[in-house]
Design a protein around this ligand. Structure first.
Ligand SMILES: [Zn+2]
Length: 186
């Protein structure tokens, strides 16, 4: 009868190789698990794919806390839900940098915006607000994206009003105490 059994001296290295491969697979899966893509805390969209993402600094009870959200609207919802939070600083992704695959953020107070422009609700929350380094850049993009060219305080006021109206329609989030409008210093 022909010998079909694998020689024992080959079996042990094979099992060892399989064990090492399985270990490497588990380690690589685990590293994915501990580095999830950041989600917008307000709407659960992926922040790293939003063309309108915002990095903000809030002060709550004297302590500074950074906040990353997909959009100005989600920033305003966060502020509306946290009556004690003051907006200290906001930076918004430059839309032109985003188109080039870069991650350059603009200081909100110095940027120009296309407000309520065309966009994709799968990647960011409406109204779509794109940021530009100059008024000329905003006007150029307006040809394609529509919307209204505005400065930061007006964008913030309009989004805050929308967020307050949106939250007021949700009974579980209605509050007796109204927060004062955010004044960003930068
Ligand atoms: Zn969001």
């Amino acid at each position: 009868m022909r010998q079909t059994k694998m020689p024992r001296q080959l079996l042990i290295p094979m099992i060892a190789t399989l064990a090492v491969a399985l270990g490497m697979f588990l380690i690589s899966s685990a590293s994915y698990a501990i580095e999830p893509r950041p989600l917008c805390p307000q709407c659960r969209r992926f922040i790293d794919s939003s063309p309108t993402r915002v990095h903000a600094l809030l002060e709550i009870d004297g302590r500074e806390r950074s906040l990353d959200v997909c959009s100005v609207f989600c920033l305003c919802e966060c502020l509306d839900n946290r009556p004690k939070a003051e907006l200290k600083h906001a930076q918004i992704l430059s839309y032109n940098a985003y188109l080039d695959g870069q991650q350059t953020y603009l200081r909100a107070r110095l940027a120009y915006f296309l407000y309520n422009a065309d966009g994709n609700e799968e990647v960011t929350a409406a109204p779509f607000v794109y940021a530009f380094a100059s008024r000329e850049d905003a006007l150029a993009a307006q040809q394609e994206l529509n919307g209204e060219v505005l400065e930061w305080n007006e964008v913030l006021n309009r989004c805050m009003k929308l967020a307050e109206e949106y939250e007021a329609k949700r009974p579980q989030y209605q509050r007796l105490k109204k927060r004062k409008r955010p004044e960003s210093s930068d």
